[in-house]
Structures are given as C-alpha cells and as structure tokens.
Design a protein around this ligand. Structure first.
Ligand code: F6R
Length: 365
C-alpha cells in the first residue's frame, strides 16, 4: 500500500535507496571486489567464452539495457549492444557463436520481449532474463537470469524497476570485468561506489522540494529536450520518456552532441532543455552544447554536480546532485528527472499512477 505517500509513483521514487540495496543484497563480495549472481546457469568456461553480449528490451527496460551496454564495454571490454525487442524479433536475427543474450523486463510479460526471446531461443541462443516479477513468463522460459527484487511496482510509469535493472547490470559488468582484466583495486573502487549509491540518493530525495519548484516554473512548456552524453545519454532518453508518460508534455531525449544535427531547430524561448552534466570526461563538451542552446535563447535547466560553479553560470536553473564516482551518475541524475515528471503531472492535474492510454504490462504486440 501507499503508506504515507499520496501516489504509488511518489512512493516508488522515494523507495529507491532501499530497492537498490535489495538488488545488491548478498550479491557483492567485498573481499574479492566482485559480484556473484546466482541464476546465470553458466559455468566458468562458458563465462570465459563469452565474446559478445546483446541486451533486448522495450521502453524503460531498453534504456536500462543501453546503460548496460555501455557498462559491459567500458568495464569488461566485452562488445555489447542493446536492441528493441520489437525490432529484433522481425529482423530474422543472426545468432552468433559465443554471444550471451539478456532480455530485460520488469513485468516479465511484455509480448514484444517474450516473443523476441522465444525467437532467439529457437535459433539456438542462450537467453537470460533480468526481471522483477517472480515467476512471470519470461523468467520461467528463459535459460536463467537474475531477479531485480524491487518489490511490486504499481505505478504505470517505471521508476524503481529501472534503477534496480541498472544495479543488476552494474553487478554483472563488474563480475565479467573481474573475470577478465579488471584489477582488484578497480573492482573495489566500483564496489564502494555502488555501495554508496543508496545514501547519495537519500540526499537527492531530501531536496525534492527544489525539483517541485522547478516543475512549477516550467509547467508552461509544451515541449522539452532532455540531453546527455556517454553513459548518461540513455538516461536522458529515460528522462524524456518519463515526462511524456505522466505529464503528456512532448519531450525528446537526445545526445547533447546530436542536437546541432537537427533538433536545435526546435529551440525557442518556450522550449526548455534539460542537460545532464556529471563531472566526467565529457563535461566540457556538454557545457559547450549548453552554450549553443543559450545562444538561441532556449531556457536551460542543468542537473549537475555540487560545486560546479561554471554550470550555474550558464544554466537558468541548476539542481545539484552530490559528488560521486563518475560511473554511478546514471542513478543520481535519473531520480531528479523522475521527480520532475511526477510533480509536473500533479501540477497539470493528471492521473500520475495511471496515465491515459498506458497499461502496466503490454501483453499485445
Ligand atoms: C515506462 C514503461 C514502459 C515499460 C515497457 C517494458 O515507464 O513502463 O516503457 O518499460 O513497456 O515493460 P517491461 O519492463 O515490463 O518489459
């Protein structure tokens, strides 16, 4: 039940420090600076033979998969791509040797993803699931997998399930990386960064009021851009999806670098752009993308890292998240955008838990 919260979406956003912890519980080995995931059903040799990983999912789960692809490549140096279930299924997919497939699905019932999994299995692929609902069709029919343990997600718009999916993908990437080239020290740094995420998110959530103020200020907008780069590019896509779903405001997620190739034509005084500005190696590039928008009189909101004065000098409004290891910013940048969508929907008077035209699990193609 909702307890002291007004809506399930609010409850589920605020629950994330605990749900992420549940996804990590019993899976981190500090002493070996690695993770272990029980249900992979792959022996040591099979794990070592993996040359490629493909992640297949829809909607929010697809965005988590895109972050996962980045992690597997960066941390474990394993080529990885994420793909939409509905597209993969009808492409007569090529199943290559030594390729591991993951399907990611909160409900475990999404038709597009289930049928994609069956098609891959028919072609001889080994498909693992990353699912939340225990005993759903995908976890039953998959060749193994990992539960996210977020607990029931009731609001139609996915929030805590996304950050739990990320958590599992971080753990899997860490595990694969440590079986390959990642040193103990690097592994330990990642384990510690992950371990710190729940407390950092608690700090973000304690400042929800200032996101509510931002939502009030920008609720006039009929169109929004969400911009990020690198590992936070899919996070920007997810921010845009959240806003569309619950506030019915048109939103586009884009790579901040890509806006000059077209979408910048949308920018005017009434079209805000929300930039994700972590202090990672792409930060300076994002700042110049921000300046391009300001030069065209577009309102700019930034989600940036505490102490970044330069960002505050360019953007009209900044929401600061705590300083962290760059790899874990997807968690810290996502939650403020979830809150923004939630408050926007309330301000505009929409049914935030059950947005029009949407169902929690999409069991038709
Ligand atoms: C977004 C949302 C949808 C789902 C998508 C996949 O908030 O709820 O985009 O993410 O329908 O659903 P699952 O993860 O259940 O396969």
């Amino acid at each position: 039940e909702k307890g002291s919260f007004a809506h399930f979406m609010q409850k589920e956003i605020f629950e994330q420090p605990e749900s992420i912890l549940r996804a990590m519980q019993g899976r981190i080995e500090f002493e070996n600076a690695t993770a272990h995931l029980g249900g992979l059903n792959l022996d040591r040799q099979e794990l070592l033979n993996i040359e490629r990983v493909k992640i297949v999912a829809s909607g929010t789960s697809y965005h988590a998969g895109m972050v996962g692809a980045y992690l597997l490549e960066q941390l474990a140096r394993i080529p990885c791509t994420a793909e939409l279930s509905s597209e993969l299924r009808y492409r007569n997919p090529i199943v290559e040797r030594n390729t591991l497939y993951f399907v990611v699905s909160q409900s475990g019932e999404t038709a597009d993803t289930l049928y994609a999994m069956r098609e891959l299995q028919r072609k001889g692929a080994k498909v693992l699931g990353i699912c939340n609902v225990v005993g759903a069709t995908i976890p039953r029919e998959s060749d193994g997998g990992v539960y996210t343990h977020s607990g029931p997600e009731i609001a139609v718009a996915s929030t805590k399930a996304f950050t739990s999916q990320l958590t599992v993908l971080y753990l899997f990437s860490l595990f694969m990386a440590r079986m390959r080239h990642m040193s103990f020290e690097e592994g330990l740094a990642l384990v510690q960064a992950m371990d710190g995420v729940p407390a950092l998110l608690q700090q973000v959530l304690s400042r929800a009021d200032s996101i509510q103020e931002l939502a009030e200020k920008y609720s006039y907008a009929r169109s929004f851009l969400f911009l990020g780069r690198g590992i936070n590019y899919p996070v920007a896509l997810e921010g845009a999806l959240k806003l569309k779903e619950v506030s019915y405001i048109h939103a586009e997620g884009y790579s901040a670098a890509e806006i000059k190739h077209g979408p910048i034509a949308l920018v005017n005084e009434e079209t805000p752009s929300l930039f994700l500005v972590p202090n990672d190696p792409l930060r300076d590039k994002v700042l110049s993308n921000m300046k391009e928008i300001k030069a065209r009189k577009g309102p700019v909101i930034a989600i940036a890292v505490e102490g970044d004065r330069e960002v505050a000098g360019i953007a009209d409004d900044v929401f600061f998240v705590p300083n962290a290891s760059p790899i874990v910013y997807p968690f810290l940048l996502m939650v403020p955008m979830q809150l923004l969508s939630y408050y926007m929907a309330l301000i505009l008077g929409h049914n935030v838990d059950q947005p029009r035209n949407l169902a929690k699990s999409v069991t038709v193609e």
